[in-house]
Design a protein around this ligand. Structure first.
Ligand code: NAD
Length: 542
């Protein structure tokens, strides 16, 4: 028996848990229902969404206009943008609400999450349709986002019930107990690329552990966040426990992060902002009597190695899905491919053919696999990298957005080859449909190139050699390693998700120890030797 088999036998088994199934769009009735949801939501475009603090709608002098990335002339809605004053009010309210919310039984809090999950199931196509319009998510990606949000609710509810059982460790004459209490006020700052799932995950984790929450969604996905807020409110969670605080990150972010009444900051987004938050949160203003906890999930520059004996058909399929799903706008996306020299030419040839066959167009069309990118800034940034690619590397696939460019923020799939592993394209997170292919002479070389980045998020390898796969397990420095399969599409519990180095601080989202970050462990030890307790006082005995 190999070492790995021994380890498997010794491994702890995960608790039984059922992920929410994804919609099967090969069935006509599902396609019809989704098309109807798109129509229904289209009729609701253009509305206004207030800030909500303490259950009350709040207006602001500033707003954020959310545009449909597939059709930039279409306004999805207008969201009030919170000011620093609103941020301070929200923290004050959250601090006050904490005193009651912390006393709610953990099992009761878990039930709220299950109610939210049930409502998400009821509104499943509608929620996904909002993501199609607000974030340009193709159908299947939007559907997967809702399924993941449901999973975060049901999984964290289950995990909280397990954590709610105190650990007892008694000795003769001494009773010892170990249990958890909430931290306090949590600020949740989320990105736009998983507009429902990531915001839900961080928010419900904080809630179920007994913290109150200020939800600060990304500017580009504040309407999807408003839908989540509606479901939280409809579940019956008391006013003030969660505030909905859309706004510009650079304006209200520091006011939230530096506030002495905030205990925990759960952030997902770019490395730049994550590191800034970590620094700001570390500063202890005089009124603050605790050290803030920061959970920060950041970017990636993820590589897949293609071994010389890999099944190239399988590798190309997996790489296409990992690189171009949601236009490469996933932190887990494959943006580097490292191919062993003997397979290099054949691989490039097949990757080119497969990339050119992808359907590129507006997200609401059912056949679209590559939709638009999120906004004008992203479009410009990705196009700058494409220019660098044209100048410094060998273009294998370049796609012109053509007529589409007039209507929305479109960048087609791009593949560049013969890339220097130190070049900007090979080192910087691009967050778009651009793949850098590199040649490696040996497997040692391949691992060295794969690990030569600041990030450590996802990575993968296609190989038929058990020995080489075992080396990948030992040598690839990533938080999530995927062997002979795509590197995106992590499922709650099955693939707890998150990285290290510049990819993140904290435990994995959707993993068994994620909730612990929102809790403070307490140990109580009591000497129970008979010493003659004081008799009850007159008052107590009445
Ligand atoms: P971003 O960092 O620009 O924004 C994320 C959030 O931070 C937004 O809500 C934004 O308003 C807010 N923000 C901006 N400046 C702030 C400041 N000074 N203080 C406080 N908050 C501030 O990221 P994005 O463009 O929304 O998302 C894309 C990034 O997210 C990519 O780098 C991607 O890799 C990363 N991401 C990581 C994971 C993960 O699990 N590791 C998952 C999804 C996305």
């Amino acid at each position: 028996m190999s070492d790995t088999d021994d380890q498997k036998q010794a491994a702890r088994k995960a608790e039984p848990y059922q992920n929410e199934p994804h919609t099967d769009f090969s069935r006509a009735e599902n396609r019809k229902a989704f098309a109807q949801a798109l129509k229904d939501v289209e009729e609701q475009l253009g509305r206004e969404y207030p800030i909500v603090i303490d259950g009350k709608a709040v207006s602001s002098r500033k707003s954020i206009v959310s545009l449909n990335p597939s059709h930039k002339s279409q306004t999805v809605g207008t969201v009030m943008a919170a000011t620093v004053d609103h941020a301070e009010q929200a923290v004050t309210i959250a601090r006050r609400a904490f005193e009651q919310w912390r006393k709610v039984e953990a099992t009761h809090r878990a039930e709220y999450l299950e109610l939210i999950a049930a409502e998400m199931r009821n509104r499943r196509y509608e929620l996904a349709a909002w993501m199609v319009y607000e974030c340009g998510k193709p159908w299947m990606e939007a559907d997967g986002d809702v399924a993941e949000a449901i999973d975060f609710c049901t999984y964290y509810a289950m995990q909280m019930r397990l954590l709610d059982v105190p650990v007892q460790c008694d000795y003769p004459g001494e009773e010892n107990i170990y249990f958890y209490q909430p931290r306090g006020v949590a600020v949740v700052i989320s990105p736009w690329n998983f507009p429902l799932a990531i915001l839900t995950g961080m928010t419900v984790a904080a809630l179920v552990t007994g913290n109150t929450v200020i939800m600060k969604p990304a500017e580009q996905s504040s309407i999807v966040a408003a839908k989540l807020f509606e479901m939280i409110r409809d579940s019956g969670i008391p006013d003030g426990v969660v505030s909905y605080l859309p706004g510009y990150g650079e304006e209200i972010g520091p006011a939230l992060v530096e506030n002495p009444d905030v205990d925990v900051i759960a952030f997902t987004g770019s490395r730049e902002v994550g590191l800034l938050i970590n620094k700001q949160a570390a500063d202890n203003p005089p009124a603050q009597t605790h050290v803030k906890k920061v959970i920060a999930e950041m970017g990636g520059k993820n590589a897949i190695i293609v071994d010389e004996d890999a099944d190239l058909d399988e590798a190309v399929q997996g790489i296409i899905g990992s690189a171009f799903g949601f236009s490469g706008q996933k932190c887990s996306a494959c943006s580097r491919v490292i191919v062993l020299a003997p397979a290099y030419d054949a691989f490039l040839d097949r990757l080119k053919g497969a990339t050119e066959s992808l359907q590129f167009g507006p997200a609401e069309q059912p056949g679209t696999t590559i939709g638009p990118v999120i906004d004008e800034d992203a479009l410009e940034r990705i196009n700058d990298y494409i220019e660098i690619g044209r100048e410094e590397c060998t273009p294998i696939v370049t796609t012109d957005a053509g007529e589409l460019a007039k209507h929305g923020f479109y960048v087609g799939p791009h593949v560049f080859a013969d890339i220097d592993p130190e070049s900007r394209i090979a080192q910087q997170e691009i967050f778009g449909p651009l793949v850098a292919v590199m040649k490696a002479r040996t497997l040692d070389d391949a691992f060295e190139i794969a690990n030569r980045t600041d990030y450590a998020l996802t990575g993968g390898m296609y190989s038929r050699s058990p020995k080489n796969l075992a080396r990948a397990r030992a040598e690839m420095r990533v938080g999530n390693l995927y062997l002979n399969r795509p590197i995106t599409g992590a499922l709650v519990q099955r693939h707890p998700f998150g990285g290290y180095q510049m990819s993140g601080i904290g435990s994995k989202a959707g993993g068994h120890d994620y909730l612990l970050q929102f809790l403070i462990p307490i140990a109580v030890s009591e000497n129970t030797m008979r010493r003659g307790f004081a008799p009850p006082s007159d008052e107590e005995s009445v």
